[in-house]
Unconditional design. Structure first.
Length: 211
């Protein structure tokens, strides 16, 4: 019976120290307000995130938060010549240390030849780049003040022919976003841990005396 009490106290300590993580864009990383939807305007704020768009020639980009808080996607489209370039970025500032995990689904479609596209996720100045279709998971170990972001890039190429312009489209969906803060035990939690340890030692000594 006393061993069960020790186990219960240990589980209580674990629950007290375990980080709180949700697999969506909520809390410090919320995507709204404003209400979820499609935006094509540069420097658009979406909750904790800022959407920026850099383009030249016949190019455009967008941020879609319709499915927030579960996911968002960003898109870049370049139409026509090599001078048609667009880069779409959504980024946020990290308020506290911890671990971030997420899933990504990146696709690019090209009509014509010579165009290029990629997807990048970046922590501060360290990018991880994908130039082909990619689906997977990523993670960051972050510190307070870090910048994190996701971006897509598209550049036009040569014409398809028969009067149809070349078009390069890249889009990525980010989902299952979760932040787990680095646990910092409170003094009361240290005391609880010491109590569990002391109880375990006492029980072990009692078993030795009665053996």
């Amino acid at each position: 019976m006393k061993t069960s009490v020790a186990a219960l106290l240990a589980l209580t300590l674990f629950a007290a120290l375990a980080p709180d993580a949700r697999a969506d864009f909520s809390g410090d990383y919320a995507l709204t307000p404003p209400p979820g939807g499609l935006s094509t305007a540069n420097n658009t704020s979406a909750g904790a995130w800022l959407f920026t768009l850099h383009q030249g020639g016949a190019a455009n980009g967008s941020l879609d938060t319709t499915n927030a808080p579960a996911s968002f996607n960003i898109q870049a489209v370049a139409i026509g010549t090599f001078n048609s370039i667009t880069s779409t970025l959504a980024y946020a500032n990290v308020p506290e240390a911890g671990t971030i995990t997420f899933d990504y689904d990146f696709t690019n479609v090209q009509l014509g030849t010579g165009g290029s596209a990629n997807f990048t996720y970046t922590q501060n100045s360290t990018p991880i780049v994908f130039s082909g279709n990619a689906t997977g998971s990523g993670s960051w170990t972050v510190s307070q003040g870090d910048d994190i972001g996701f971006s897509v890039f598209a550049q036009g190429g040569t014409a398809v022919g028969l009067g149809f312009p070349e078009q390069t489209q890249s889009v990525v969906t980010i989902s299952n976003f979760a932040f787990a803060p680095t646990p910092v035990p409170e003094p009361s939690e240290f005391a609880l841990g010491a109590g569990v340890l002391a109880l375990g030692v006492a029980l072990a000594r009692r078993r030795l005396r009665t053996a």
